[in-house]
Write a protein of this length. Structure first.
Lengths: 202, 166
């Protein structure tokens, strides 16, 4: 964990450069070309939903000793932080509405959570995708949503993994309000849905 | 003949239908009829304050028919709260790709109560599937992805009638 004084120092430097933390991170990432360019360009600080400290942590790991870590170290640090972020959101910070509990709906079990984590990891590692929403589902599982927005099109990939270990996915064209593909997923095989999600003709 | 005419009269007259607690069949719904369903603020996506498909359970989809109720009536359902919100969708949305149909199922304190019930692949939307029937497996023409598609379609077409306040 970084100290408050260090965080203050980081803020002071960024203030001096008239630059926000997120701009700084975009710049760093573009320099290193670690993530797909679409990713940071599309998402604002808040949309990322990553806790502020975690983002600063990413910056901190680059600058903490005043020494430049190797490219591999930087990538590894960032990936570890992203995995930690998934873990936090799925295992620790998942909100389950009280009213659903009263209605007799089961909370996501450990299997569903593990599946959800594996899905997030797989889609991040294989396709560079970060989820926009991770929520509990009334269908007794976990709901994960990825959004893609550009000038012409707005589409989503929604994945649900259930307490009975099954997984389903749909690709939606939000502009046209239509579902392009719905598919049950076996063995974390997302090739079809990702292809349509990335290439859907709007 | 006389019986048919009497039935048509009952179906068309909402006061008479309610008075004798007539149970309507799926053919009595107009495609433009609306259904009201209650929801809580805690069910909204905290990031966008909008409803997502994760807040819809299907089947087991109970709602109120607009022919016999108003949006705020959802607050008087079992476990309802004065702070609850209400959204609506049409019969046409409920019959998306003929995956399900609407069945009037009046209960003691709620004549407007309607259930959205799943259909088998070859079933017509005008027949009434048995209550409590849950079709899950692929061989019955249903899979989790089909159910999710149905729920997402409801999300696309629903209209928020009342915002939840707490």
């Amino acid at each position: 964990m970084l100290s408050d004084s260090f965080l203050d120092a980081v803020d002071a430097i960024l203030l001096e450069r008239n630059q926000s933390r997120i701009e700084y991170i975009i710049e760093e990432n573009e320099k290193e070309n670690i993530f797909s360019q679409d990713f940071y360009r599309q998402r604002t600080y808040d949309q990322l939903s990553i806790p502020k400290l975690r983002l600063v942590d990413l910056v901190g790991k680059i600058k903490v000793d005043g020494t430049e870590p190797s490219f591999e170290e930087t990538v590894s640090n960032k990936e570890a932080s992203i995995m930690e972020h998934f873990e936090q959101r799925i295992f620790k910070k998942l909100i389950f509405p009280v009213s659903w509990e009263k209605d007799g709906i089961s909370k996501p079990n450990l299997e569903a959570k593990k599946n959800a984590f594996n899905i997030c990891r797989k889609l991040f590692e294989s396709y560079g995708l970060l989820p926009d929403k991770i929520l509990a589902s009334k269908e007794e599982g976990i709901f994960i949503s990825y959004d893609f927005i550009d000038d012409n099109c707005n589409r989503s990939l929604i994945i649900e993994t259930y307490n009975d270990c099954e997984t389903a996915a749909i690709v939606c064209n939000n502009s046209r309000k239509e579902i392009v593909l719905s598919e049950d997923i076996c063995d974390l095989s997302f090739n079809n849905v990702i292809r349509l999600f990335k290439e859907a003709n709007c | 003949m006389l019986l048919d005419s009497l039935k048509k009269l009952i179906v068309k007259n909402r006061f008479l239908a309610r008075a004798i607690r007539h149970k309507h069949c799926p053919a009595d719904f107009y495609l433009t009829d609306n259904f009201y369903r209650g929801f809580r603020k805690e069910e909204l996506d905290p990031g966008t304050d909008k409803l997502c498909a994760n807040s819809i359970r299907f089947p087991d989809f109970s709602c109120n028919w607009n022919r016999f109720s108003k949006p705020a009536d959802v607050r008087f359902r079992e476990n309802g709260l004065p702070s609850d919100g209400c959204y609506s969708f049409t019969v046409e949305n409920a019959r998306y790709k003929e995956m399900a149909t609407t069945c009037h199922a009046p209960i003691f304190k709620n004549y407007a109560h309607v259930e959205v019930r799943q259909l088998l692949p070859n079933e017509d939307v005008l027949i009434e599937p048995p209550k409590g029937r849950k079709l899950k497996k692929e061989r019955e023409g249903w899979s989790n992805s089909k159910k999710m598609e149905y729920r997402q379609n409801i999300i696309y077409h629903l209209i928020i009638e009342i915002e939840p306040t707490a």
